[in-house]
Design a binder for this molecule. Structure first.
Ligand SMILES: [Zn+2]
Length: 202
């Protein structure tokens, strides 16, 4: 069985620093017909499960802990009995959303997550959030960047816990080390490629 990438979009809100915005979030599911991992758990468990189908969920991987990416992670965990993985540097953000329950296991730079015969490599890419990570699927020729890199350039850094210089450093050092034709699956909006974004980030 060959691993593939499936995709859904959920709609809801993002809140930080006392402001709330309407947002559409991408949900990425990597796996085959038997098993999969879910990348980010935004607004709506049923919307995520529609992409998962009948497959066994091995893990819920969080690109970072802004509430529009982890809002339903604990509810999804209950439904599918899978662990939530998050980089521990995002604990302050996680605790803004989930005050009485934690994730299950820490993500770390260089960690490898196996699913459906392929590997996701964890890159710690702080900047948009201190514990932001990207998941590189070398064999599939793609990377899941959350809000670190979008079509058009770097993610937002205007709010608490973000740092623009750190973000651009992460993108240049880590994401731009990937081949130009690597497809970038983002946390919001359309895909892009590493090559296309070199011009936008500089
Ligand atoms: Zn974010």
């Amino acid at each position: 069985m060959t691993a593939r990438v499936d995709h859904g979009v959920t709609s809801g809100t993002f809140s930080l620093d006392g402001e709330t915005f309407d947002v559409d979030n991408n949900v990425w599911v990597v796996g085959d017909d038997e098993e999969c991992v879910v990348i980010d758990a935004p607004h709506d468990v049923d919307g995520i499960l529609a992409v998962v189908g009948q497959r066994r969920v091995k893990a819920i991987l969080c690109t970072h802990a802004h509430d529009d990416h982890v809002r339903v992670a604990p509810a999804l965990r209950q439904r599918v009995t899978a662990p939530i993985l998050l980089h521990p540097d995002d604990r302050p953000l996680w605790e803004l959303t989930h005050t009485d329950e934690l994730w299950d296991a820490d993500l770390s730079d260089g960690q490898e997550i196996e699913v459906a015969g392929t590997t996701l490599r964890v890159l710690h890419t702080p900047g948009h959030a201190p514990g932001a990570v990207c998941f590189v699927a070398d064999e599939l020729g793609c990377v899941f960047t959350g809000d670190t890199l979008f079509q058009g350039g770097p993610g937002a850094t205007g709010r608490s816990y973000s740092d623009a210089d750190v973000l651009v450093g992460s993108i240049r050092e880590r994401l731009f080390a990937l081949p130009d034709d690597t497809v970038v699956h983002t946390g919001h909006g359309d895909d892009t490629t590493v090559g296309a974004e070199r011009e936008n980030v500089g």
